[in-house]
Every structure is written in C-alpha cells, then in structure tokens.
Design a binder for this molecule. Structure first.
Ligand SMILES: [Zn+2]
Length: 235
C-alpha cells in the first residue's frame, strides 16, 4: 500500500506568512486535514506531521517524515510576496525530478481548473547545488518523492478571497488529492452525482465522452442523443 505524508507547514509559534486577515499556518492546517480526509478514502496509508496548532522544529518535521518513509511527502504551504500583485499556485519539486515534474504540473493544472492560476513548477538550488528547501533536501531519496505546494498568496487580495472560503479550500484539497491519486496510479473514485449516469451513456454509445454535469446541452445535442437511443431501441 502506498504511503503519503502530508506535512502541514508552520504552526504554533511559527505563523508563516500573513495578509488580508489570513494567517498561513491556519490555512495550511485546514487544507492539510481536508487533504488527509480526501486521501483516506483511497487505498493509501496517510499521515500528517501535525493536525493541531503546534510548533514543529525542522528536525522533528524531517524525522516524522523519514521514520514513516512514505512514497510521497507533500508539504502544504501558502505564499506571500512583497508585491501584492503576485498571485497563483506554485509547486516546488526536487532538482532530480526536473525531467519528470508530472505531479507538480498535474497539481497546478487542477488548481487552475478551480480558479487559482498556475504560476510555476520549479526547483531551487543552494550554493552546494543541492535542493534549497529542507523538506525536499532532507527527505527526497530514490524511494521518497518530496514536493512543496504553495496554494496561492495570502498577500494578494484575489487569492486571499478564495482562501477565506471553506468551499474553495475543499476544492484545493481535492485538486491536490486527485493529482496524488493519479500519480500513485490508483483508480479515481467518482464522486459527482452525475458521474455514474454519464459513464453509462458513454458505455452505451449515446455520447462519445463524459461532460461537465453543470453544463447545458443544445437542442442539436439533445436530438442526437435521443436519435441514438431510438436507434438502439430500433424505433
Ligand atoms: Zn509557508
């Protein structure tokens, strides 16, 4: 069974970034716990580095992850910048993964689909040519992938409005979770109320592919589906 560690950034005496009435450690905790709940529905052993507002040293954080020895460590953070214009989601991955940053881009594509712009997937090196961020440098090895998700800027008013909404945070957790599930090669559980019916129509050959259940159909599309159904019923 795959193992995933959700490292929930900051906490306790370390608030992380702040802006627009948001404190990063609190946003991280909400998204991290939601992500835990999301992944718990799958055949994955999930843990978090914290699930309350406690202070964790860098060493303790690293030790928690390395003792668990997960397939993937995902650190949940939210960004800040000196310019209020900076906005969007970023994912930092190990420099070893530069040729294969599929997970990072999958997360960013999912974030973009829920209205959080895709800013960049990147890697950052220190002067020794190793990864800059300790949650990657001290964790990544050939059996453990490590990424850091920065799910938007608390210092940007548009991002902050999104991050204040519990509904958005649920969507953010699902955006990250869905990418992880696919990255682990697991079958996505269909959750939207129309999914089963839509799949049935595809299987029956009434439609070519699945559509967004909130989208309206035209009379032309409706007539096509009915016509195919009549064919099948030989009417
Ligand atoms: Zn942070």
């Amino acid at each position: 069974m795959a193992k995933v560690m959700i490292d929930i950034g900051h906490g306790g005496s370390d608030p992380g970034s702040s802006g627009n009435g948001l404190i990063e450690k609190d946003v991280n905790l909400k998204v991290g716990v939601m992500l835990y709940n999301y992944l718990s529905k799958y055949d994955v052993e999930v843990r978090t580095t914290r699930n309350t507002d406690i202070t964790l040293s860098n060493d303790v954080r690293v030790e928690l992850v390395n003792k668990f020895d997960p397939d993937l460590s995902v650190s949940v953070h939210h960004n800040a910048a000196s310019t209020v214009e900076a906005r969007g989601a970023e994912v930092i991955h190990a420099h070893y993964d530069e040729y294969d940053d599929k997970l990072a881009n999958r997360i960013l594509d999912n974030m973009e689909a829920i209205g959080m712009p895709k800013r960049r997937a990147f890697t950052k090196l220190n002067t020794r040519g190793d990864d800059w961020y300790y949650m990657i440098r001290r964790i990544w090895d050939t059996t453990t992938d490590a990424i850091i998700v920065e799910g938007g800027f608390v210092t940007n008013s548009i991002d902050a409005e999104l991050l204040k909404s519990e509904d958005f945070l649920m969507e953010e957790a699902a955006a990250i979770g869905k990418a992880i599930v696919e990255y682990l090669g697991l079958q996505l559980i269909t959750e939207r109320w129309w999914d089963a019916a839509m799949q049935r129509m595809v299987t029956a050959g009434l439609i070519e592919n699945e559509h967004n259940g909130h989208q309206a159909v035209t009379w032309g599309e409706f007539a096509t589906v009915i016509s195919r159904l009549l064919d099948k019923l030989q009417l």
